[in-house]
Design a protein around this ligand. Structure first.
Ligand code: FES
Length: 162
């Protein structure tokens, strides 16, 4: 992944100019840029402002309104733990606490080495297999604390692969 200022600008421009929908908005550009880069660095905000003829303040205003946008790089691996009602009843609180302890986190966020991003989810859409987690975008159901710790523990290892 190119992380230079010019790289971010070039990739943002490519992402926002290749949108297929007929109506291109600041929001659609933000979505396209985050899909491409994984987050929204300053360079992406500036590029979107230039492309849409608005100011960076206006683009920030839209981006900061939505909780799904992130402004710091995501971790190398993505872990989402469902804590929706069905998963909650099926044991999600214990799984979540166990994973937090394993990662040395007190809530959502990145591990100190930026290896793992942890997010909570209110429903991963697989309630019949509760409790559920998403590990690098793969759903895993009927989790136990031991299984969750094992899967997340593998991601912590230096040779963990995607
Ligand atoms: S509540 Fe957890 S998958 Fe639906």
């Amino acid at each position: 992944m190119t992380g230079t200022v010019e790289g971010f600008k070039r990739r943002t421009r490519r992402a926002i100019t290749s949108q297929r929908q007929p109506t291109v908005t600041v929001l659609s550009c933000l979505l396209a840029a985050q899909d491409e880069l994984g987050y929204l660095p300053d360079e992406a905000i500036e590029e979107i402002a230039t492309y849409t003829g608005t100011t960076t303040n206006e683009v920030w205003g839209v981006a900061s309104f939505y909780t799904n946008f992130r402004f710091t790089p995501p971790g190398e691996h993505a872990v989402e733990i469902c804590w929706g009602p069905t998963c909650h009843l099926a044991g999600a609180p214990g799984i979540l606490q166990s994973v937090l302890d394993l990662l040395g986190l007190s809530g959502e966020g990145e591990t100190s080495d930026n290896r793992i991003s942890l997010k909570y989810n209110t429903c991963l859409g697989a309630c019949s297999q509760a409790p559920v987690a998403s590990i690098d975008h793969q759903l895993v159901g009927r989790l136990s604390i031991e299984t969750a710790r094992g899967l997340v523990g593998k991601l912590k290892a230096p040779d963990a692969t995607r």
